[in-house]
Design a protein around this ligand. Structure first.
Ligand code: SAM
Length: 359
């Protein structure tokens, strides 16, 4: 029997708020290094008092919902397990050094800055991917980039990235309420495997195939997830999945679609549809889009300027729900939290499939 801890949701919320404050402090220290690197102090709308208030109200709601989900048993308390403190602290100086280089790259608007190992990987990858997303050093193509990535994302979102990733779990539990026994999931663009960990904790008996275009990120995911069984790791592209038709019960991704050109977004949705069993579920977590967040427009405009994101504007204007409906997914359901939303849609059951709606 599961032991019920009194006030568990309040305790976990307290912990999550403290964790968020810890990352927010790291976030607010980065402009100092930007100033040292470029001599500039750009005016950021995110620092205006009315916007700050909105951001922290939304952040609080997300963390509260996350704590309630844990208390309801949708995913275990273990999702909040902190990483090793000494590893965390030893990484911070590397993040500062990288922040310094990112600021220089941003200032020079240099989005194609690759050397050595990263340059070698580039040759076999699609054109749209051959860039330093977020002005990130080596893009997604070195071990160092993979080592820093999760920590950098938590700094960017003031310690809310993990809770945003978990927004998808309740939507999947609505369709697959158990422990995942007999189910096969595919995570596309899994990066270093952060959401994969949470899915594995929520669905311990599911098999998960983990896919990403980046070899160094996939290696890091394998390292991060070494304690789990029933997993395999495949290098590949979401728009050209190396799998047979109707293989998976769930195909999902996190923070992928805003980095893809529209035609690749469409093709990735079509590929998810193809490899799903009839009745299977496609899911995603990504940035909110224009129709979701009227009062966050300033943030949707600022984000692609600060972090090299050439396809983001188009992404915000083309709702993912529409792309999924167009391809034939039904029962669309979504969950919003802070700057993200999770969306799921179901492939029709056998014999009820439809051709894509013609535009
Ligand atoms: C912003 S990161 C998100 C990583 C991870 N899902 C997370 O929650 O942090 C984007 C990831 O998508 C991968 N990626 C980008 N385009 C891809 C594609 N077409 N197919 C597969 N992976 C892709 C990148 O290599 C990178 O690991």
């Amino acid at each position: 029997m599961k032991l019920k801890i009194p006030y568990q949701d309040k305790i976990t919320l307290g912990y999550s708020l403290a964790r968020s404050a810890h990352f927010a402090v790291q976030q607010f220290s980065l402009p100092i290094f930007e100033f040292l690197s470029t001599g500039k102090r750009p005016k950021r709308p995110s620092l205006e008092p009315q916007n700050l208030k909105k951001v922290y109200t939304e952040l609080y709601s997300l963390l509260k919902k996350d704590s309630e989900n844990i208390a309801r048993g949708l995913y275990p308390l273990e999702v909040l397990k902190p990483e090793n403190a000494s590893e965390h602290l030893r990484r911070y100086p590397r993040i500062i050094m990288d922040g310094y280089k990112i600021s220089k790259r941003r200032d020079a608007k240099n989005q194609k800055d690759f050397q050595g190992e990263a340059e070698d990987f580039l040759k076999d990858l699609p054109d749209y991917y051959q860039r330093n997303f977020h002005f990130q050093t080596d893009g997604y193509l070195t071990k160092e980039s993979a080592d820093l990535y999760e920590h950098q994302v938590e700094i960017l979102f003031s310690g809310s990235a993990d809770a945003m990733r978990r927004l998808i779990i309740p939507l999947v539990k609505d369709v697959y309420p158990g422990d995942g026994e007999g189910l096969h999931f595919l995570e596309v663009a899994a990066g270093t495997g952060r959401l994969t960990r949470f899915m594995k904790l929520a669905f311990p008996k599911a098999k998960i195939t983990v896919l990403d275009l980046s070899y160094p990120y996939l290696k890091k995911a394998q390292e991060n997830l070494h304690e789990f069984t029933r997993m395999d790791f495949v290098q590949g592209a979401g728009e050209d999945l190396p799998f047979q038709d109707e293989k998976f019960d769930l195909v999902y991704s996190c923070f992928l679609f805003h980095e893809l050109p529209i035609e690749v977004r469409r093709q990735s949705v079509a590929e998810a549809y193809r490899v799903l069993k009839p009745g299977g579920l496609m899911g995603l977590v990504d940035s909110v889009q224009k129709d979701d967040a009227k009062d966050l427009e300033w943030a949707l405009e600022q984000f692609p300027v600060d972090f090299h994101e050439p396809f983001y504007k188009n992404y915000t204007l083309n709702p993912m729900e529409g792309l999924m409906t167009y391809r034939g997914f039904g029962n669309i359901n979504k969950n919003l939290g802070f700057f993200s939303k999770a969306v799921v849609g179901q492939k029709p059951a056998q014999g009820e499939e439809k051709e894509p709606i013609s535009s």
